[in-house]
Design a binder for this molecule. Structure first.
Ligand code: IMP
Ligand code: MG
Length: 178
């Protein structure tokens, strides 16, 4: 399937699953190297990161604890935005190494606001692992420690990412058709 329609929009395939798997595996190898012999907590950020997290953890050679969290962002008048915890982490993060697993860092505002919430829970280290980043759109001072793939400034769906709730199920990634 090279072209799909979701609601009112057309999308064209831009990253096939084989490529995604190669990139996720390469990322896992970097994480394996850095966390050898450790047992960090990986926090999969719902909803978008579920598919990436599921593949990423299967390439790991250490034993992470895997938990899930969900945050909601509010786009108010403030430029930096605000996020609230909709489904928080119930496992204690005190003294733990944390890896936040996110689908995509776009403006970076979500991660920028999530990090202090996690830091307040006493983690000893926090790193971000994302599948995708749109470097041109980054608006905040955010260090993305692990990123599988950098992409241009286009809207994408598939492999966990949605357009208005749909499109998450596709194994490939699709870009909004121009
Ligand atoms: P940020 O706060 O601007 O970095 O945006 C992060 C969130 O926006 C991601 O976790 C996604 O849920 C969503 N997002 C950003 N870009 C896209 C896209 O191209 N397709 C689908 N969702 C996106
Ligand atoms: Mg997301």
């Amino acid at each position: 399937m090279d072209r799909i329609r979701i609601l009112d929009k057309d999308f064209e395939v831009s990253l096939k699953n084989e490529t995604i798997q190669e990139k996720v595996k390469a990322l896992a190898e970097r994480i394996n190297h850095d966390y050898e012999g450790k047992n960090p907590i990986m926090i999969c950020i719902l909803n978008g990161a579920f598919m990436f997290a599921a593949d990423l953890v299967r390439y790991l050679s250490f034993q992470p604890e895997i938990v899930f969290a969900r945050f909601a962002s509010y786009e108010g008048t403030e430029t930096t935005g605000k996020v609230t915890e909709v489904m928080g982490v119930t496992t204690s993060l005190a003294g733990r190494d944390v890896i936040v697993v996110e689908d995509i860092v776009d403006t970076g505002i979500t991660m920028y606001n999530v990090l202090p919430l996690l830091r307040n829970k006493g983690a000893s280290s926090i790193k971000i692992a994302c599948l995708l980043q749109k470097p041109e759109k980054l608006q905040v001072d955010l260090t993305v420690d692990y990123c599988a793939l950098e992409i241009p400034n286009d809207f994408i769906v598939g492999y966990g990412l949605d357009y208005d709730g749909f499109g998450r199920n596709y194994k490939d990634i699709y870009t909004l058709a121009k």
